[in-house]
Design a protein around this ligand. Structure first.
Ligand SMILES: Nc1ncnc2c1ncn2[C@@H]1O[C@H](COP(=O)(O)OP(=O)(O)OP(=O)(O)O)[C@@H](O)[C@H]1O
Ligand SMILES: [Mg+2]
Length: 266
């Protein structure tokens, strides 16, 4: 099963992602983690890695090379989703070169690449690499793939969701975040993936939870997990420490129930 986590900027995608990844390991899954956010570097330390792996962008020849391949493809009239920069027919977590994958327990972390310099060009080459990696990725029976995405919905335009099974949207208590979830649901269906629903995050009062849940329900968006505003998460993120936090038993049960359902449907 390949699942991606998306939502509004700062809603808690990477935090929720790290919690889901850990929960998958607790039910015996190996987790192939793809960090496809071209801006933020937090995911690797949230998951307890000392260093991120060398990016896939370097493995395929570098951003400039991908830009040139894209330009050549456009000149020939190719559509971007059809472009290919990997010669391999299939990719598995065992065939990725060791320097491009960081291992820790049941985690295998790969990263598309980050923007490093002003004027280095747009992030479209990252989209090409992420899309083809996901399309060619073949998982072992006890393995799941999780993709942490950049904020917003540009990744839908790049066709990333066409290569995953399931999309989860993280929603924080704001109208903007709720509205984006409706768009994510619509785009997920159009991409042919399954929209799992919303994970409400950073809830500080039962009243707030009720308002967010009812607005999501009006939009036909299922709520799969509700997570409170945890000081422990804020502290870990301020100090750049791994997210080793204690969720409430209800939060844990909701996450486990969700993962069980995901595995049954995939
Ligand atoms: N449940 C929570 N309780 C408290 N703080 C939280 C919670 N979830 C996320 N945060 C805080 O919100 C901030 C943003 O979280 P995170 O980086 O996970 O968001 P994101 O959606 O991945 O952001 P970006 O769009 O930049 O990738 C972090 O500082 C994190 O500590
Ligand atoms: Mg993030």
């Amino acid at each position: 099963m390949k699942m991606c986590v998306c939502g509004k900027g700062g809603s808690g995608k990477s935090t929720v992602f790290a919690l889901l990844a850990e929960a998958f390991t607790k039910i015996g899954k190996d987790v192939l983690i793809l960090d496809s956010d071209e801006s933020n570097a937090s995911l690797s330390w949230m998951l307890g890695f000392d260093h991120p792996p060398d990016p896939l962008m370097n493995l395929v020849g570098g951003k400039r090379y991908v830009q040139q391949k894209m330009l050549a493809g456009f000149t020939k009239g190719e559509a971007e989703p059809a472009m290919s920069i990997w010669e391999l027919e299939k990719i598995t977590s065992r065939t990725i070169p060791p320097k491009n994958v960081a291992q820790k327990g049941r985690y295998a972390l790969v990263a598309t690449g980050k923007i490093h310099q002003a004027l280095e060009g747009c992030a479209c080459p990252m989209g090409v690499v992420t899309r083809e990696f996901l399309r060619k990725l073949q998982l072992a029976p006890d393995e799941v793939a999780l993709v942490d995405l950049e904020a917003g919905i540009e990744h839908f335009g790049r066709g990333i969701e066409n290569s995953v099974d399931l999309v989860v949207c993280v929603v924080e208590p704001s109208l903007e975040s709720i509205s984006l979830a409706a768009k994510v649901m619509e785009l997920t269906k159009a991409a042919g993936a399954l929209f799992a629903g919303a994970i409400i995050n950073k809830i500080s009062t039962p009243e707030q939870e009720g308002i967010v849940a009812s607005k999501l329900s009006e939009l036909g968006i299922p709520v799969i997990v509700k997570l409170g505003l945890h000081e422990e998460i804020q502290r870990a993120c301020l100090q750049g420490r791994p997210l080793e936090i204690s969720l409430t038993s209800v939060e844990q049960q909701e996450i486990t129930g969700f993962l069980d359902r995901c595995l049954k449907t995939s």
